[in-house]
Design a protein around this ligand. Structure first.
Ligand code: GDP
Ligand code: GDP
Length: 440
């Protein structure tokens, strides 16, 4: 599976069929790799696999619209797409032909150095094929007639798209490094923490190209260990386009997380833990990554109130109850509080995520559960029986339980088992996967 993907943005004026095309590509026929609950509802991007390559597809039409004139909003979306995307699908309504607004968008796109593919939509039947010729005058080489609604020619379009999507590249030299993604909402202090990390004189810093165009990774050697900070380009140089769309930062975070071993979730302590923070933490766990939380801007808390600090940490842990007690570090990029501790804790979580629990210990755990816990039943006297358990994977640790009937397992019991595993393996901040298999 891919480690990172290019971004492919669907753009075009209203009603040409962008959302229909997005849904067509995402929902049908293709494997969506990352389908995270909480995030799916208002999802406007998704990871798509096609012909052995993967990319993130973005529906720019799904952006929340402010009160500004429509053209400004479209212009902003285009500017953003140009900045963030590697490939752009420009959607045109074949029935309406090329309108002045299409030409305007095309003009901006021609000046970008992005690959642009024109999808002439609503070409519902072969007899409508002539509709596409008009679109060549926009000046782009690749023009495809499609019908998003009737599922025509979508695979052709995708073939062209992936021809321009970068191969997944695996960092050969840095495989021994602990890969860390620094994520969080805008303005929580990610860049400041990054700068504090590279500014420490005890750290040796070097840049290497990231896996996609325009991305830079930073390798830091600290106390003899290598840490690779993923896609730090955005942390060094802020986007030129300041706006309130958190969307791209979430997408960027997701791309970084996909490559990470450990994710450092930075939270602004003055804003406590927000829904968005919880969402990101949930994504980290869905992706099977280790999680470390930094409560940043600790210096802004009033001095001389240790109880306040304690209650804030307690609150954060409560909010992030599903993260197996992920470590929470209190940091200040300003005063450099606990900055180097970030390395130590990430290293610890990295190691835990790789841990293999000896089978003898696992089976002792099972014996205890079977002896001391009430096992779920079908209500008619038939109880779950666990024969044995084995760890099939690390990073994240994954376990298979062999049982008499997997249908007897309910959610609360599975949660209980996960909690036991977390205790036994000390998997704090590490997601644990559990599978059930029948054995006669
Ligand atoms: P968006 O504003 O660009 O996201 O456009 P939508 O995806 O919301 O589609 C606008 C309208 O065009 C909707 O009524 C769709 O049902 C319709 N539509 C989208 N794709 C096609 C298509 O391939 N053929 C036809 N005939 N209608 C389509
Ligand atoms: P990012 O958007 O998450 O990368 O956040 P930045 O690193 O750009 O920081 C946003 C703002 O918060 C800037 O004004 C920083 O100076 C400030 N900031 C970052 N970390 C701290 C901190 O630990 N303490 C205080 N007081 N301010 C901070």
């Amino acid at each position: 599976m891919g480690r990172n993907g290019d971004v492919v943005a669907i753009i075009g004026r209203a009603n040409v069929g962008k959302s229909t095309l997005f849904n067509r590509i995402v929902q049908k026929r293709l494997a969506i790799v990352d389908d995270i609950p909480g995030v799916t509802r208002d999802r406007i991007y998704a990871r798509v696999e096609w012909s052995g390559k993967s990319f993130y597809l973005v529906d720019t039409g799904g952006f929340p619209n402010d009160d500004e004139p429509l053209l400004d909003a479209v212009g902003r979306q285009i500017a953003r797409a140009i900045e963030e995307a590697n490939v752009i699908i420009l959607v045109i309504d074949g029935r309406e032909g090329i309108l002045p607004q299409d030409e305007k968008i095309a003009e901006i796109l021609r000046k970008s150095n992005r690959k642009v593919i024109v999808a002439v939509n609503k070409v519902d039947e072969p007899m409508h094929e002539h509709l596409i010729y008009d679109a060549y005058k926009l000046g782009f080489e690749d023009v495809v007639g499609v019908s998003a609604e009737h599922n025509r020619n979508i695979s052709n379009l995708l073939d062209i798209v992936v021809a321009h999507v970068d191969e997944e590249t695996v960092e050969e030299d840095e495989d021994d490094a602990i890969k860390i993604a620094i994520v969080g909402r805008p303005n929580v202090g990610k860049s400041s923490i990054f700068n504090a990390l590279i500014g420490e004189e005890r750290a040796i810093v070097s840049d290497i190209p990231g896996t996609t165009r325009d991305s830079i990774d930073t390798v830091i050697t600290y106390e003899g260990k290598k840490y690779l900070l993923i896609d730090t380009a955005g942390l060094r140089k802020k986007s030129r386009l300041k706006d309130d769309i958190e969307f791209y930062s979430l997408l960027r975070a997701e791309r970084s997380m996909d490559r990470a071993d450990v994710v450092l979730l930075v939270i602004d302590v003055t804003e406590a833990v927000t829904e968005q923070d919880k969402r990101i933490a949930g994504m980290v766990f869905e992706k099977g990554k280790g999680l470390v939380v930094a409560l940043n801007k600790w210096d802004l808390l009033p001095e001389g109130q240790p109880k306040l600090g304690d209650s804030i940490i307690k609150f954060a842990k409560e909010q992030l109850y599903f993260t197996n007690d992920a470590p929470v570090i209190t940091t200040s990029a300003l005063s450099k509080r606990n900055i180097l501790k970030i390395f130590d804790v990430c290293n610890e979580i990295y190691t835990l995520r790789q841990t293999r629990i000896p089978t003898s210990i696992l089976n002792r755990m099972v014996r205890d559960i079977v002896s001391f816990q009430r096992l779920p039943s079908d209500g008619k006297g038939r109880f779950l029986n666990i024969y044995y358990v084995t760890q099939v994977e690390t990073a994240p640790p994954s376990f298979v339980f062999f049982v008499n009937d997997q249908n007897l397992v309910d959610k609360p019991f599975e949660r209980k088992i996960i909690n036991e595993l977390v205790k036994v393996g000390n998997f704090r901040g590490v997601p644990v996967r559990v599978f059930w298999k029948n054995r006669r």
